[in-house]
Write a protein that binds this ligand. Structure first.
Ligand code: NAP
Length: 484
């Protein structure tokens, strides 16, 4: 049979015959989940897509991760809402895979299960003192200021110290630094959670240190975000000029990457300008510190169990065989005091029962989105009907748009498997899911429930001159979704 004919027959099988729809469940309603759903709906007229999420609200990282002062990034929500309202798509929030439902049950109900639930945990430094109070992961802090219902009660102490130390120099570190330093009058008109705005208004933090274990050429940030943080009103930038010297290996890195070169130039310019600013105790300062890696956190003598600083080891760079320069400790140490420590060293995905997981990479082993159950002599055996997309597939790197390409690849694999005739058996799909959720008394929130939350948040925001005032507790979210 020709390839064309095979494709035609498959599309007839799943596209035009209403009694044989392709039942798809996407787990996770962030960008990876929605882009996957969108592409599947467009590619297969017979596909019926259910998107489930453990939160009552959709949009994942766009709602809980994107900084409140980046409203332009949140515009993706409009496209995702259109997908959710598609006649062959449904959203069911407040449904947790792993407790309300098992992965094996989902796989029994659907031809295709795409896991796109992101990275809801954090990498550890694995150094002494990491459990002291006053140390948070950037994710926890971000979820706090974005009103995520699991972290709205975090209450980080912004009043007992004038110094916050952020470990890591990626874009998440920059987001956190910006929120700590930006005038609160500018944040007041964003969708920042009310509790966070109040805490920031009373904050005594004046100095923020961004600590990188490598140099200015290797900083993991992007130029647009760097320019933004360098331009915050009334913030003095501090960078030691000695940190800005470059080696031939750095020159080589910059030669190979215009982005790296641009970042280095922006930092150099800021370092040169830094020397001319006056010192004032109330002055807000952002310090970029390079070539330092955290060695241990220091416990306060006055407040047992609380952090009072971090001991940093100076580093130099060493070239690896791949050409990458890595940080190596020199055995020289120094302390940096501060009782608010934020670890912005990367997110981590969480495995669930029955799912193969690469703990080192913090992602699910996969071949072009197909979940790999085992690899023998370079031959990968994949799990039929089980796919991944987004940070769970690639590890926690990349911006929202990266998920477009990621979803395209995963949906490409699904389409190939459809052509191969992998999904022959009939499945219960949505109907089966509804029966199971009802039996377990799971109070699912469908898209109309989210629309009620949305309307309430927008109305509360209206009263305060904000785009929305987020509901930040499970109780309030579920009550708003259930309101008449
Ligand atoms: P990231 O870009 O991977 O940065 C992690 C930072 O932590 C790097 O500076 C890294 O240094 C450092 N680090 C990692 N392990 C460390 C350790 N053991 N000790 C000391 N330092 C350590 O991660 P991210 O900032 O969480 O961002 C995740 C992704 O989201 C990125 O792709 C980012 O661009 C994206 N994002 C984009 C935006 C935006 O576009 N506005 C906003 C937020 C996030 P090394 O480089 O030496 O490993």
């Amino acid at each position: 049979m020709s390839r064309y004919l095979a494709r035609y027959m498959v599309s007839r099988y799943f596209s035009s015959v209403p009694s044989r729809p392709l039942h798809v469940c996407v787990v996770g309603s962030g960008p990876a989940g929605f882009y996957t759903a969108d592409k599947l709906l467009k590619a297969h007229e017979g596909a019926r897509v259910d998107i489930i999420d453990r939160l009552p609200t959709p949009f994942g990282l766009v709602r809980s991760g994107v900084a409140p002062d980046h409203p332009e990034t949140k515009i993706a929500i409009n496209q995702f809402s259109r997908v959710a309202q598609h006649e062959r798509c449904s959203f069911y929030g407040n449904v947790k895979l792993g407790s309300d439902l098992l992965l094996s049950e989902l796989r029994d109900l659907y031809h295709v299960v795409v896991l796109a639930y992101g990275a809801e945990s954090d990498k550890d430094l694995g150094i002494p003192g990491e459990t002291l109070s006053g140390i948070y992961s950037a994710r926890e802090f971000v979820w706090w200021y974005n009103g995520h219902p699991d972290y709205s009660g975090l209450k980080p102490d912004l009043k007992s110290t004038d110094t916050a130390v952020i470990l890591g120099q990626g874009n998440v570190a920059l987001d956190v630094a910006r929120i700590l330093l930006r005038p609160t009058t500018e944040l007041a008109s964003t969708d920042i959670a009310r509790h966070a705005l109040s805490a920031l208004e009373e904050s005594s933090i004046r100095k923020v240190f961004l600590i990188g274990r490598r140099g200015p050429v290797q900083a993991a940030l992007t130029a647009k975000e760097l320019r933004e943080v360098l331009g915050i009103k009334n913030v003095h930038i501090r960078i030691k000029e000695s940190d800005m010297s470059v080696t031939p290996a750095d020159e080589e890195e910059m030669k190979n990457s215009r982005a790296r070169k641009r970042i280095y130039e922006l930092l150099s310019k800021a370092a040169a300008a830094a020397g001319t600013s006056k010192s004032d105790p109330d002055q807000r300062e952002l310090h970029f510190v390079f070539f330092r890696q955290p060695d241990r956190f220091l416990e306060s003598n006055e407040r047992k169990g609380y952090v009072s600083g971090v001991n940093l080891e100076k580093t130099i760079l060493d070239s690896t065989e791949s050409g990458k320069q890595i940080a190596v400790g020199t055995g020289e140490f120094e302390d940096l005091n501060g009782s608010l420590m934020l670890k912005a060293i990367g997110y981590k995905s969480v495995p669930i029962n029955g799912l193969p997981f690469d703990h080192k990479k913090g992602a699910v082993p996969n071949v072009s989105g197909r979940v790999v159950s085992q690899t023998l002599e370079n031959l990968s055996q994949t799990e039929p009907g089980l796919y991944v997309c987004g940070w769970l597939k690639r590890g926690p790197v990349g911006i929202i748009a990266t998920n477009l390409y990621c979803a395209e690849e995963t949906v490409g694999s699904i389409s190939e498997d459809i052509e191969k005739g992998v999904f022959k058996s009939s499945k219960a799909g949505s109907k089966g899911l509804m029966q199971l959720l009802e039996k377990r008394e799971v109070k699912k929130v469908d898209f109309s429930g989210w629309e009620k939350i949305d309307a309430k948040e927008q109305q509360m925001g209206n009263e305060r001159n904000k785009p929305r005032e987020k509901l930040v507790t499970w109780k309030d979210l579920l009550a708003a979704a259930a309101a008449n």
